[in-house]
Design a protein around this ligand. Structure first.
Ligand SMILES: NC(=O)c1ccc[n+]([C@@H]2O[C@H](COP(=O)([O-])OP(=O)(O)OC[C@H]3O[C@@H](n4cnc5c(N)ncnc54)[C@H](O)[C@@H]3O)[C@@H](O)[C@H]2O)c1
Length: 481
């Protein structure tokens, strides 16, 4: 099928590239010329394992191309994805200005030759499907092709009876339908998550739209494609469930999923904070209650709290939606509050261990909000660095991938960037593990300890074995243990 994906961020680019791999003909569109220029050279502007190879593969087979202008790809496509950002506003409300701009542009670009399905993949507040439909219609009203079509329809209605019957009642729905298809991929494993999702959610008011989206995803639903080398098929994946529902429910499924996961992490952090006070170990506690099949062990890692572009933004947007309808979502408020407090915990532990922070050198291991990505949106490391700098510390940082992105995106943040964990440790009075990168599991603690001023390690992700760290002569502080 011919597909246009508008927005080449973490979601749009991965979706477009994976659909091209499945054999669809995909054009990815972005207003960011720098991104499109890089992509045309086969280079991904974001770090996502395996993505560069799949982009090259798609381009070489002629299934994947890139553009800064959506007019032609919109005309050429049967399915048009909106995958632009919906960042939070200071009030917590989702900023829908990018979605609005794209929906209008799509309306202005459509011709009347065939029926398109316009798919909201961006995470958008409940009711946005209907809103996008209205915006595309507004765009259509500025579209000369559409106006001509309406004019000839009106003329024909006053002409022959047969023509009148054919075109009488010609509607925008004959040119486009809107569907919702929320995305659940995780940065760092986005390709695998796209090919082997837990479910595909399709929200539509019209059976035709749902059927076309189901057809698009057929190779994934039935798992009939040959997996790429970078994303082998897990042994237990034989088919993928499709949840077909109404627009509002599809939109709500995405918010409910993220709110639940965020709450689960906050719950683990709440229990960790109590563990610490009563002398229990959160790792042991989670092992014990996570084995309960009603609970499950995932998303129960205590640490410095959640971050990233989605959890905070989506929970705030859901709170805002609830309030709009006169409901005070107490549980969601608490999940956010616990997370805010948790970001401060490493700093408290540094104060406990070092007493005076002023004039001390603190090394942060990890900047990205989670491993295997260079995404720094709402990354806990940024807030921790800022707080320490304000307290008078010298802050160094090392991230295996995100140093450069952090330097570029935060020119005013006075961090000294190190090229390795050992270079980071030099002259440090303490190091803090902020992101659970795999390489931090096997740090050479003796070597690191030798170049530090003091052997203090705050394990903000409970990554290391406290006994091993203490045997290397470190003062160790984990979270909830
Ligand atoms: N990042 C994730 O892990 C993730 C997961 C699931 C859902 N989502 C949701 O998906 C949506 C996109 O997220 P993302 O992380 O990919 O965002 P992103 O910020 O990485 O990418 C958005 C892209 O849209 C482009 N864009 C903005 N306006 C445009 C326009 N008028 N025309 C063309 N391109 C335009 C931007 O230049 C940017 O490249 C958001 O609603 C997000 O909540 C994200």
């Amino acid at each position: 099928m011919e597909v246009c994906v508008v927005g080449t961020g973490y979601v749009g680019l991965v979706t477009g590239t994976c659909l091209a791999y499945l054999g669809h003909s995909v054009v990815c569109v972005d207003v960011d010329e720098r991104k499109i220029e890089m992509l045309r050279k086969g280079k991904s502007p974001i770090y996502e394992p395996g993505l560069d190879q799949l982009i090259t593969h798609g381009m070489q087979r002629g299934h994947l191309s890139f553009s800064t202008d959506l007019s032609k790809p919109v005309k050429d496509s049967e399915i048009i994805f909106i995958a632009v950002g919906t960042p939070p506003q200071p009030s917590g409300k989702a900023d829908l200005s990018f979605v609005k701009e794209v929906a209008h542009s799509i309306g202005r670009a459509l011709d009347c030759e065939r029926r398109r399905v316009i798919v909201n993949k961006s995470t958008v507040p409940i009711g946005s499907g209907n809103w996008v439909e209205m915006l595309v219609k507004e765009g259509l009203n500025d579209n000369p092709v559409w106006r001509d079509k309406l004019a000839s329809s009106a003329k024909l209605q006053t002409g022959s009876a047969a023509s009148s019957r054919r075109l009488n009642g010609f509607k925008a729905e004959d040119v486009f339908l809107v569907a919702s298809n929320p995305e659940f991929l995780r940065e760092g494993s986005a390709i695998s998550d796209t090919f082997y999702p837990d479910r595909i959610v399709i929200g539509a008011t019209d059976a035709y739209a749902a059927e076309r989206l189901r057809a698009l995803y057929e190779p994934i639903v039935e798992q009939t494609f040959t997996p790429p080398a970078s994303a082998p098929r897990p042994a237990d994946v034989t088919a993928v469930p499709v949840v077909t529902t109404d627009l509002a429910s599809a939109e709500m499924i995405k918010y409910a999923a993220n709110a639940f996961l965020a709450t689960k992490i906050s719950f683990a952090n709440e229990i960790a904070n109590i563990c610490e006070r009563v002398g229990a170990d959160i790792k042991e506690v989670v092992r014990g209650f996570g084995l309960d099949s009603r609970i499950g062990p995932k998303f129960l890692n205590a640490g410095v709290g959640w971050g990233g572009s989605c959890f905070g933004k989506d929970v705030s947007a859901l709170v805002d939606i609830a309030k709009e309808y006169g409901y005070e979502p107490a549980l969601l408020h608490s999940a956010v509050d616990v997370n805010k407090r948790q970001r401060h915990v490493p700093v408290q532990k540094l104060q406990e261990a070092l007493k005076i922070i002023k004039g001390k050198t603190i090394g942060l291991l990890g900047l990205a909000f989670k491993p295997n990505t260079d995404d720094l949106r709402d990354a806990p490391a940024l807030g921790i660095a800022q707080e320490l700098i304000e307290m008078g510390a010298r802050v160094k940082a090392y991230d295996p991938i995100a140093n450069e992105a952090c330097r570029r995106q935060n020119p005013d943040l006075k961090i000294e960037y190190a090229a390795s964990a050992i270079a980071l440790a030099e002259d440090c009075d303490a190091v803090v593990i902020v992101t659970e990168w795999e390489e931090f599991r096997s740090l050479d603690l003796n070597q690191i300890g030798e170049v530090m001023n003091q052997r203090v390690l705050i394990d903000g992700r409970n990554l290391l074995d406290p006994q091993v760290v203490e045997e290397a002569g470190f003062k160790y502080r984990g979270i909830g243990r």
